[in-house]
Design a protein around this ligand. Structure first.
Ligand code: HAM
Length: 424
């Protein structure tokens, strides 16, 4: 029986991999520019971590986790996101005693048992950042500007920044009561999922994508109008700080985010295109999370962006993606020149020239055809005559132009291929 990749996973084939490498490198560069350092945490963690960290009432924990018992009978879960694991690591490694703020970034795979559709997978990739121990809105804005610079460096436009505040436990609890009172006579008109949210997490009803829920809640009271004084000030200062950094934004009072740990600032970068899953990047502040996980009260903020969605968006916007790295030089062997050609290939690789030579016993004609088909830039045919004379013709396959090169002096070969690399 044929075995296929599991539903909701995808292979990243070599043609696409160079675009991924470019994204990864650009993200790391932009993080370093903002003093974020990379952290790598395990792919699976104890299930309790996500139940406590992400929150028992979230769809992610209730429906979407890949949870299994290991052979020792311990319940483990493939991470559905990065924040909980990074917070666990922060506590376990005593990062509270590091110079603050501690700024970390990551590049991870995450796993959610979702209904698969375009831009929604069961295994997907996230780039993310988390910053600990800075409570003010300045770091919220700095983090948002990091995402903005990343997008700029990629040549991505047409994404808009939307921000909101979902308050703190004090103002949110008071608002929940108000919202429930307003919703109570309308509950029957909500979708079944939102009816279930009414008691536990009524705020989530406001960002339900179902038409009927959007209609019912169109006039609902909004948390942004009921923030406590401290949360209100934080949000006002965030807006000023974004303006100072020249980052255009829109306040969207309906952004709630799907995970339980958020407090105050929440934000999303949303694609202006239709047809893709709109939210490329989401994040926010989580000032209570570290305490929930057993640590001292420590403010935190972070975001994650979906790399598959980012790539879809780059393609939709027609951004040129890097093409795969191909060998620059093909050494074709004729007659009995095979061993000498393989030795030369080794020396060229040591000098940094991407070099390929035949490994399958092909005829000279087939080797030349192969080099042309693989889009290799230069061809050097070496046979008994070339070995005897110590020179050969370096052919540029694009235009057929030829230059004579000495085989015992690699500098000419290196110069030619390097020159062409710069031009490419
Ligand atoms: P999230 O909103 O659940 O937040 O995910 C962040 C991003 O990951 C989404 O905006 C989306 O681009 C991508 N994503 C989520 N689920 C999928 C999926 N099934 N398939 C493809 N892409 C997906 C978090 O994960 C938080 N940990 C973000 C954060 C960090 N907040 C604070 N720190």
């Amino acid at each position: 029986m044929k075995i296929n990749a599991p539903k909701g996973t995808r292979d990243i084939l070599p043609d696409e991999a160079s675009a991924w490498q470019w994204l990864e490198q650009t993200f790391a560069d932009v993080c370093h520019l903002h003093a974020y350092q990379e952290i790598r945490v395990p792919t699976f963690e104890q299930t309790d971590l996500f139940q406590r960290g992400v929150g028992d009432t979230t769809d992610v924990v209730q429906k979407e986790m890949y949870t299994f018992d290991d052979k020792g009978g311990r319940s483990m879960t493939l991470r559905p996101e990065g924040t909980a694991g990074v917070v666990r690591s922060y506590l376990e490694n005593g990062m509270a005693s590091w110079p603050s703020p501690v700024r970390l970034f990551y590049n991870i795979t995450a796993f959610r048992y979702e209904n698969v559709q375009k831009g929604r997978y069961r295994e997907f990739h996230q780039f993310g950042c988390e910053a600990f121990s800075a409570a003010g809105p300045e770091i919220d804005a700095e983090l948002i500007s990091l995402v903005d610079l990343f997008f700029k460096r990629l040549g991505l436009s047409q994404t808009s920044l939307q921000i909101n505040s979902i308050g703190c436990p004090v103002c949110r609890t008071a608002y929940h009561e108000q919202l429930r009172t307003w919703l109570r006579p309308r509950v029957a008109s909500l979708c079944p999922t939102c009816q279930g949210r009414f008691e536990k997490n009524p705020l989530r009803i406001l960002d339900c994508k179902e038409d009927r829920c959007q209609q019912v809640t169109a006039e609902a009271p909004l948390l942004i109008d009921h923030l406590c004084a401290d949360c209100h000030d934080h949000f006002e200062q965030l807006k000023s700080e974004l303006t100072l950094l020249e980052l255009p934004f829109r306040v969207n009072p309906r952004i709630v985010r799907g995970l339980d740990y958020y407090t105050r600032t929440v934000f999303e970068f949303v694609s202006d295109h239709v047809g893709t899953q709109g939210t490329i990047c989401g994040g926010g502040r989580y000032d209570g999370l570290i305490e929930t996980m057993g640590g001292p009260a420590t403010p935190g903020i972070g975001f994650a962006l979906g790399v598959e969605r980012l790539l879809m968006e780059l393609q939709a916007q027609g951004v040129d993606l890097p093409s795969p790295e191909r060998p620059e030089l093909y050494l074709a062997a004729a007659g009995s020149a095979g061993p000498q050609v393989r030795r030369l290939a080794g020396r060229l690789r040591q000098a940094g020239i991407r070099t390929e030579t035949d490994m399958t016993g092909r005829s000279l004609k087939a080797q030349i055809k192969y080099a042309a088909r693989r889009d290799i830039r230069f061809l050097l045919v070496i046979g008994d005559d070339e070995l005897a004379s110590g020179s050969a013709q370096l052919r540029r396959l694009k235009d057929g132009s030829e230059t004579g090169v000495a085989l015992d002096d690699l500098s000419q070969l290196i110069e030619q291929t390097q020159h062409d690399r710069q031009e490419a």
